[in-house]
Each structure stands twice: as structure tokens, then as C-alpha cells.
Design a protein around this ligand. Sequence first.
Ligand code: ADP
Ligand code: MG
Length: 246
Amino acid sequence: MGRIVVVTSGKGGTGKSTVCAGLAYALARQGRRILLIDGDAGLRSLDLMLGVGSNTVYDMADVFAGRCKPIKAIYASPVSQNVFVMPAPLSLEQLCSPQELHRLAKGLSRYFDVVIVDCPAGVGRGFETAIAAAAEALVVCTPDMVCARDARLLSDILAARSIPARLIINRLRPRKIMDGSMPDIDRIIDESALQLMGVIPEDETVAVANANGRPLPLDCNAALCFSNIARRFVGETVLLAPLEKM
Ligand code: ADP
Ligand code: MG
């Protein structure tokens, strides 16, 4: 049985889908087989980020409506033979129940090493459905105190459901931290009350890769950070790179 992990955040636009895609590619490079389930009904960005958007016929809603078997709604990445995605329903109304997603993810986890569920922002119905499937969580936070407080809220909710959670700080701007105009990593960790899984710098390459439905070039800092996160995810001890090297 593969691990089932949900990627979530209190605020929108923190980079949840970016983390899902970056982590999936990095784990795939370790030889693991990854399924991404897009739980962000209505917005569904993962198929586009993975470059399969124009080829999709079926999505998660078709599976639950009985219009197709799950395998028909799973699309292979055009660039990685180990990364697959199931697109989200086109609208929130079409989203399945938490129990249904739990059953689906559990069933599919037999065929993958890791199932990553992308979550909508906030703690509404989509969140409840996405976390129902997961045994562990990654909370994505940008380096500002409002986002860190939202992460704290989430960490409390996840703890109450006995879902162990770890923190990913995205869009880090090392220079801003060094000149004191952005809160440092320790403050974000303290405020969120979560254990750190990794950081990803603000990097234009990330936005460009997302927009073009491509993986990150392997030589950029963000790709190295994802690779470190993937190594920690499987239990390796990897030190955080110094800010000035990020
Ligand atoms: P969410 O899924 O949380 O709504 P996305 O992953 O869609 O967030 O990211 C929101 C926007 O921010 C996207 O345009 C994405 O390309 C951009 N983005 C995310 N992370 C980074 C980063 N580290 N550096 C630069 N741009 C980023
Ligand atoms: Mg998203």
C-alpha cells in the first residue's frame, strides 16, 4: 500500500499545487510511482501544471458517476513515466463525499508508492473531502505571519483528526529575510507549530514551469529544494541549505 498524503493550506495561492507537482517529479526521480489526485474541484490546476490538460476526457466526477473506471480518469505525465494525475471535477457540486474519496485513494494506493491529494484553500467542504483520504499532511505556507497563523489553525484541525502534518515554506526570499523585511524561517515554524519539511525559494523558473506544464529544470535552486523535500519525505536526514545559497 502506498502512502497517502494531502497537501493543504489555509490561504489560497500559497503554492499547494506547485508543491504537489514538484514533490511528485522529485519522488519519481527516486524511482517511485506517484499518483496525484486533484481535489481542488472547480479550479483543477494539476492537469495543466503536468502538461496533460488538453488530453483529458474523464475526471474524478466521471468515476463517481459510474461513467468510467478510475484507470480511465488517470493520465500519465508526458515527461515522467512515474507520475500520473487524476483531474478534479469541473465544479464543487460534482465533488464526491469524504468517504468516497477515502475509498478511492485507498484502493488506488495499491498501485502507487505515493498518492498525493491536492487540496483547495481553506477548511471548507473540499478540504474535508481531501483530508479524509490522507494518513499524513503537508501544510504549505508563505513566509508571512498571516499565512503562518492560518497554518497553525490547520495544524490544530489536523492534530484533532490524528493526521500528522509537516510544514513547507514556499516563496522564500532569502535576501528579504537577511535584511529583516521578511519573517525568518524560525518565526514561521514557531507560529505554525509544525515541524519543518522543507523550504522552496521564490523563483521565476517555478512560475514558468507551471505555466508551460513542464517540470522544473534540474539545475535550478527550487528543483534542488524539491529533491531535498522528497528525500526527507522518505526518511533521509537532509540539512537545510544556508539562506545565502538558496
Ligand atoms: P495554490 O495551489 O496554493 O493555489 P499554486 O501552486 O497554484 O497555488 O501557485 C500560485 C501561483 O504562484 C502560481 O502562478 C505559481 O506558478 C506561483 N508560484 C508558486 N510557488 C512559486 C515559487 N516558489 N516561485 C514563484 N512562483 C511560484
Ligand atoms: Mg491549487
